[in-house]
Design a protein around this ligand. Structure first.
Ligand SMILES: Cc1cc2nc3c(=O)[nH]c(=O)nc-3n(C[C@H](O)[C@H](O)[C@H](O)COP(=O)(O)OP(=O)(O)OC[C@H]3O[C@@H](n4cnc5c(N)ncnc54)[C@H](O)[C@@H]3O)c2cc1C
Length: 452
């Protein structure tokens, strides 16, 4: 087959890897009417992860029924960080093998062509085409290759990697009547126990190490953690180690800081986050969403559009990696009981000592590449401590003119109604309420109303 041929083996978009990032990207491109091939080796083993409620909400917003994807109900999340019992926001339990297959099938239903195979290499073809070489010798030509092979994607040369982290997990039986997850730090690492409330539980232990290293008695390491005072106190007894352990690497890694237009990385293939963040699947899905305007800009092909795509990609990657890595570091620092233990000392120091949020930076107006109507463009944005990359719209309302107007009114101030009439007269009540909520969260309503 010629690499530029328009035969059955040629597609507009080729997605390599059908985890959440790849399958969701394939679904989005297929829905947009592009010809898409999605290739996954389907070799990932069953395992349990916690999915944040905002990922479930994001799927629902894109017309995917969370239940049909195998996303379980939201369960209580308990944590014993710093030795204090706390109950958090809750999370949804997902069995990843079933969930990944359901998402791949949703991509197929949207029109993506699915192939169960291993991609050996991604080669350069003629006239800018890429060639996906499968393990059975088949070759598939694609105009754009999206690399969503997760942590198995070959590393781009430039990279940052956190302490080597090995995570092992396996099934246990349980007599708990209700579903909940429990996170327990101990000297050698941390444990995550997900109880389904139906007789099944999944235990996960994270500690220093590498899956490939071998020669490590994984069960002995898990047993030692389960025998710790912290684990016994949190679980109310000594849990046994699962009989079958699945080992996975979980280092925090910045794999691809720059956009390679011929080989676009999304999800863990670009940035691998610490499982402790609970942010991995959100990043996978949101990076798939971002791939749509990036590829539209690359297809446009002008130097300006390509520059926008490169800047947008690099800013998002940097913002996600450095912010999540520093937030994680701060979280490890909160657990002071084991500060001197090697596992904790390494993570309390990575990636650096810079603050996770630009504290005290306040609000500023700058320019950034944003997505507007599914296209990239450069716009004035408001940068905040929480959104250093910049916000252009709040509830669909351009935010910069609102902030500028508040700045102009300054000391003389004005009522909120008046502000609405001047800056966003067409907004609905819900939009206005959301915008005022955002202004309030930035401390701007009080200042403004004080003067009204
Ligand atoms: C131990 C552990 C626990 C975690 N817990 C959580 C959690 O509780 N919550 C959370 O949000 N995140 C969690 N994460 C992170 C989450 O798993 C990842 O961020 C997410 O799966 C990334 O999705 P992805 O699609 O980028 O990659 P993956 O999910 O890794 O998918 C990659 C896909 O590519 C396929 N593939 C790889 N190479 C090839 C090839 N050569 N040819 C064909 N197919 C290939 C694989 O079969 C796989 O299906 C955890 C991670 C680890 C390691």
């Amino acid at each position: 087959m010629g690499a530029t041929g328009r035969d059955a083996n040629a597609f507009d978009i080729g997605v390599v890897g059908g985890g959440p990032a790849g399958s969701f990207a394939a679904l989005l491109f297929a829905r947009a009417g592009r010809s898409v091939v999605l290739i996954d080796s389907d070799t990932a083993k069953p395992r349990i992860e916690g999915l944040s409620p905002r990922v479930a909400a994001l799927f629902a917003r894109h017309g995917l029924d969370p239940q049909a994807l195998g996303i379980g109900p939201r369960v209580t999340r308990r944590s014993f960080w710093s030795g204090t019992a706390e109950t958090g926001n809750g999370e949804h339990l997902v069995e990843r093998q079933a969930f990944d297959r359901a998402l791949r099938s949703a991509a197929s239903q949207a029109g993506a062509h699915f192939i169960a195979a291993q991609v050996k290499t991604i080669e350069t073809g003629n006239e800018g085409w890429r060639v996906l070489c499968l393990d059975d010798g088949e070759q598939i030509a694609v105009r754009r290759a999206i690399d969503a092979r997760g942590r198995r994607a070959p590393m781009a040369s430039e990279r940052v990697r956190g302490p080597a982290t090995l995570t092992v997990g396996g099934w246990l039986s349980s007599d708990a009547a209700s579903a909940a997850t429990t996170t327990v730090p101990c000297r050698d690492g941390w444990l995550w126990h997900a109880d389904f409330g139906d007789g099944r539980a999944w235990l996960q232990a994270s500690f220093d190490g590498k899956a490939e290293a071998g020669g490590v008695d994984l069960a002995a390491r898990v047993e030692a953690m389960l025998g710790s005072d912290e684990a016994r106190a949190a679980f109310g007894r000594r849990l046994s180690c699962p009989a079958d352990l699945l080992a996975r690497n979980a280092d925090t890694v910045l794999a691809a800081p720059e956009l390679d237009p011929s080989h676009i990385r999304i999800g863990d293939a670009a940035v691998g986050l610490d499982p402790l963040s609970g942010h991995g699947m959100f990043w996978a899905i949101s990076s798939a969403l971002a791939a749509v305007p990036v590829i539209a800009a690359l297809d446009e092909g002008t130097p300006e559009a390509i520059d926008l795509a490169k800047r947008f990609y690099a800013e998002r990657i940097a913002d996600t990696f450095w912010r999540q890595a520093r937030v994680g570091r701060d979280f490890y620092r909160l657990e002071e009981r084991f500060a001197d233990a090697p596992y904790w000392a390494a993570r309390r120091a990575f990636p650096d000592d810079l603050p996770s949020h630009a504290e005290g930076a306040g609000l500023s107006i700058g320019r950034a590449v944003i997505v507007e109507n599914n296209r990239l463009c450069e716009r004035a944005v408001v940068r905040t401590e929480q959104n250093p990359a910049g916000v252009a719209f709040v509830a669909g309302i351009p935010i910069v003119p609102v902030i500028e107007e508040i700045g102009r009114r300054g000391a003389c101030g004005a009522g909120l109604e008046d502000l609405q009439k001047t800056c966003f007269p067409e907004a609905s009540r819900d939009q206005a309420a959301a915008l005022f909520g955002w202004l309030d969260s930035q401390g701007l309503i009080a200042r403004n109303s004080d003067h009204s």
